[in-house]
Structures are given as C-alpha cells and as structure tokens.
Design a binder for this molecule. Sequence first.
Ligand code: UT7
Length: 311
Amino acid sequence: MTGKIIGTGSYIPDTRWDNNVLAGMMDTSDEWIRERTGIVSRHIADKSTVSEMACEAAKKALEDAHESDDTFSADDIDVIIVCTLASDVLLPAVSCLVAEKIGASKAFCYDLNAACSGFLFAYNTCVSYMNSGLVKNALIIGAEKLSDQVDWSDRGTAILFGDGAGAAIVKATDGNAHMVMHSDGSRYDALTLLTGKKMYMDGQKVFRFALKSVPEVIEELLLGADMKKSDVDMYVLHQANKRIIEGVAKRLGEDMEKFPMNLSEYGNTSSASIPILLDELKRGGAIRSGMNIVMAGFGAGLSWGAATITV
Ligand code: UT7
C-alpha cells in the first residue's frame, strides 16, 4: 500500500511583507535577503490563528478531493494530523478543531511537531497506518504562524520565515511506499523555541546540515526504493532557502528544473511549506497522475527525511 494525494488545499494570509518592509524594521536590505535566501516576500497572519488557517486549508483540500471523486466526504477521513510547532490552541489538538469544522466525525485526531519535517513525518505516519490496515484515508495539515515566534530584531533569523497552512488528503492505494526518517537530538540546540522565548537559530549550522543531509537522505531513499535519479520527475523539498535547494540539486547532479520553488513569495513556512507547494503545483497542472515525486523535509531536531509520493 502507498498513499495517493487526492486533494490539496492551502491558506495564505492576505498581508504581504516584502523585504523592504523588513528593511524598515531591522538592519537588512532587499538585496541581502534576495541574494542569501531567494526570498522576496512573506505573508503575515495578522488576522488569523494557526487553528483557523489549518481549518481553511483543510476545507479546500476536502473540496478538491470531492471534485475528483464526488462520493468522497469528510466522513471518509479516518485520521487527521496537524503539524505545527506552535499553535494558539494547545488543548485539545488543533486536529480536533479541524474535524469539527469540516464534519469529520469518524477520524481520530492528534497534532505532530517535527518542525520543518512535520508534513513529511505526517505523510510517512499515515502511509504506515495504511500499510497496517488501520486507516484508508488521512487528512494531514501543516499550519504555522512563525511571525509570532521570531524576534523581529534578529535579522539572522526573522528574514527567513512566513505564515500559512497547507493540507492534503491521502488515500490508501495499491503500490509500494518508500520512506526514510532521521533525527539527531545531539544537535537540538541549533534551532530552538523555548517557552516564553523567541526562536533561536544558528543559521550556518542548519545550512550546513541541510546541504549534507538532504542529498544523503534522498540517495538513501532511492537506494531502498530501487530507483534511479533519472526515474524521479520532481523533487518537492521543504522551502527553507533557495541556496539550500540549489546546493541539493547540485550535489545530486540533478537539473534545477526538477525542483519547483515558491519560497520567493512565502518565505520559509516550516511544516506548511511542502503542502502549500504541492497545492500550487497540483492546481497549476504541474503535477500529473503517475509522476514519480520525491518529497524531502529537514529542520529543527535536527530532523530530516524523504518519501516517494503518489499523485
Ligand atoms: O526551515 C528550518 C531550517 N532552517 C534553515 O534551513 C535555515 C538555514 N540557514 C540559512 O538559510 C542561512 O544561514 C541564513 C539565511 C539564515 C543566513 O545566511 P548566511 O549566508 O548563513 O549568513 P550568516 O549568518 O553567515 O551571516 C553573514 C553575514 C554576517 O555579517 P559579517 O559577520 O560577515 O559581517 C551577518 O551579520 O551577513 C550578516 N547578516 C545580515 N546582513 C544583512 C545576517 N543576516 C543579515 C541580514 N541582513 N538579514
């Protein structure tokens, strides 16, 4: 069994801050941010919460799944997993609110925090449930309001992040699932968000980790899946920094055309970045049924991983 993505949705807050807005808040410039990260703007959830954004993205993913299969309804969803590193609601799980909002009365619900690897870990978790026979359909969501968590005077960190949510409905389908997940707690202090504090990131350390670990984990995945790089149509990577994605492509010896990006508009939205990108690619027609797609996430933990996804 594997997990086929049959519906996607996203929620992007209206308020958009380009780099010049940040240059008015701290000692930075549009030129520096573009060159070092590829980011031009980020969206700020000044009027919505993590749980509200998660619900909106979920509603759209459900509508999308219903469009391709008009018999599919919220009651077909067996599990809802919301990935977030900090939510406005700590109890119950945000996923319980999502279940109530979309009318998913049969789903069991919980939240998962694997930081920027969250969506990848949630996908692998629900596909594992599918292989055990526990669930047939899953709703997984990444929702983040990082504008509340960063120190807006810390130019080394704040310029990178943005807010938003993305969701996917995953259906158990015949096929083989391939997945790899890793964490290294000995490097937990590279990226932290401690209660009552703002986010701390050793950018250089995380950068070097990503450049080394992401190509390695993709190679490990492909080896386990008995796939060649030429079999891969597209790599959907966590949208952290354009230079990281370019570096990964270079180390893999792959063409940049296989690495779609949208971080110039949204910045790094942590666990929401992959599902927002998947939603844009699906709606824009760039993802077609039968394509071989590799997804890879990486971030705080340190945690990282990869999976083949079916669309
Ligand atoms: O999604 C979770 C995972 N997170 C990541 O993947 C983030 C990985 N790290 C990064 O993307 C990069 O490390 C950053 C974008 C955060 C920083 O870029 P960098 O090229 O690593 O910059 P740096 O920290 O090495 O700083 C280089 C210089 C320093 O100045 P000096 O000491 O050379 O004079 C910084 O003070 O750039 C300075 N600097 C800035 N200058 C203008 C740092 N941030 C800024 C800024 N504007 N915003």
